[in-house]
Ligand binder design. Structure first.
Ligand code: SF4
Ligand code: SF4
Length: 67
């Protein structure tokens, strides 16, 4: 099953990936990372198709997609 991993040390919580995902797989964590930002997390992992749109829009190169 495809999945993404968010590097919470890179994520700045901009939410661009949340908007970009056509399947609403991504949401924002309710917990701060050590950077002081709320990082992106998978909220509907079963919906991920591995399309990589989220990784392409991330300005901080924080998302890795595994197919
Ligand atoms: S790879 Fe595609 S489907 Fe999966 S979280 Fe990213 S944008 Fe959404
Ligand atoms: S686009 Fe990148 S920096 Fe922005 S919330 Fe998503 S993972 Fe974090």
């Amino acid at each position: 099953m495809p999945k993404i991993e968010v590097d919470i040390n890179r994520c700045k919580g901009c939410e661009l990936c949340v908007v970009a995902c056509p399947y609403k797989v991504i949401g924002m964590s309710k917990k701060f990372a050590s950077t002081g930002y709320y990082p992106a997390v998978m909220v509907k992992p079963e919906k991920c198709t591995g399309c990589t749109l989220c990784a392409l829009v991330c300005p901080d190169v924080a998302i890795e997609v595994y197919k």
